[in-house]
Design a protein around this ligand. Structure first.
Ligand SMILES: [Zn+2]
Ligand SMILES: [Zn+2]
Length: 233
C-alpha cells in the first residue's frame, strides 16, 4: 500500500524517461523493449574479474567464502545502471517488470549450477526497507523462484545499518569489514540447507555478499553461489 502510494507520487512528480533512448513517457519504451540488446559479461570470477569461469578463482578463494557468481549484466552498462537506479534509489517499482523480463529472457544463460539450491535474499536493513517500501533482493528472489522452481528461505537477518554499496568507493569498503552485518534468523537456525543461492541486485566489491556467504557457511552451508542482476566490469 505504502509502495503504491509512493508510485503515485513518483507518477505525479517525476516524468519518466526510457532508460535506453531517453524518450519521455516510461522507463522502457515499446521500441527499446523490442530492439535493445547488450554484450553479456564473459564468465569470470566475481571478485577479481579473471575470465574463464563463474567459479571464484583459486587466489580469491583463499580469502572469500562465495563459491561463484552468476550476473545478468555489467553494472557499467548505462541502461542496466539506470534501470537499477530508478528501482533502488528512486523506489520506482515500474522498473520491476522490465528487470524481470530481462532475466526471464536470459533464464537459460543465467542458470546456476545444477544443485538443489534454496534461494536466500541478502536482506535490507529494516530501517531502509521502511524508507524504500520494499526489499529489492527479496523481490529478485521471487523472480528466481519462478525461473528455476527453487524455494526461498529468508534466513539471513541484517544487524548493522550500512551505506548503500554503490555509493561507497572501493577504498572505503573492503572484504572482511562487514563480517558482523548478518546473522541467521533464530527461526531457521536448525535449518540451514547445504546449497544456497544468495541473491542481491548488485555485486561491486562483493563484501556484502561475501559476509552473507561467510555466516551461512559457518552455520552449515556447503555451497553458497551468488546471483545478481549486475556486477562490476
Ligand atoms: Zn526507448
Ligand atoms: Zn578471483
Amino acid at each position: 500500500m505504502e509502495s503504491q502510494l509512493r508510485n503515485l507520487v513518483i507518477d505525479a512528480i517525476f516524468p519518466r524517461f526510457c532508460a535506453s533512448c531517453h524518450k519521455e513517457g516510461s522507463l522502457w519504451c515499446v521500441v527499446c523493449k523490442e530492439i535493445w540488446s547488450f554484450k553479456p559479461l564473459a564468465p569470470a570470477c566475481g571478485f577479481c574479474h579473471r575470465e574463464g569461469s563463474e567459479v571464484t578463482c583459486l587466489s580469491c578463494k583463499s580469502t572469500t567464502y562465495l563459491d561463484g557468481l552468476t550476473a545478468f549484466g555489467p553494472y557499467a552498462n548505462p541502461v542496466i545502471r539506470s534501470m537499477l537506479h530508478s528501482w533502488k534509489y528512486i523506489g520506482d517499482r515500474d522498473a520491476e517488470p522490465v528487470l524481470q523480463q530481462w532475466l526471464y529472457r536470459d533464464a537459460d544463460r543465467l542458470g546456476p549450477p545444477m544443485l538443489p539450491f534454496h534461494i536466500v535474499p541478502v536482506p535490507l536493513h529494516e530501517k531502509r526497507k521502511r524508507v524504500r517500501g520494499f526489499d529489492q533482493a527479496y523481490v529478485l528472489a521471487t523472480w528466481i523462484e519462478k525461473m528455476y522452481g527453487l524455494p526461498i528461505l529468508p534466513l539471513l537477518k541484517r544487524s548493522i545499518h550500512t551505506t548503500p554499496q554503490a555509493k561507497v568507493s572501493g577504498d572505503q569498503r573492503r572484504l572482511g569489514e562487514l563480517d558482523q552485518i548478518f546473522s541467521i534468523d533464530p527461526e531457521y537456525k536448525d535449518f540451514v540447507p547445504k546449497h544456497i543461492l544468495l541473491c542481491d541486485d548488485v555485486f561491486t566489491s562483493g563484501a556484502t555478499m561475501d559476509a552473507g556467504a561467510r555466516i551461512l557457511k559457518e552455520s552449515g552451508a556447503e555451497t553458497v553461489w551468488g546471483f545478481v542482476i549486475a556486477r562490476g566490469k
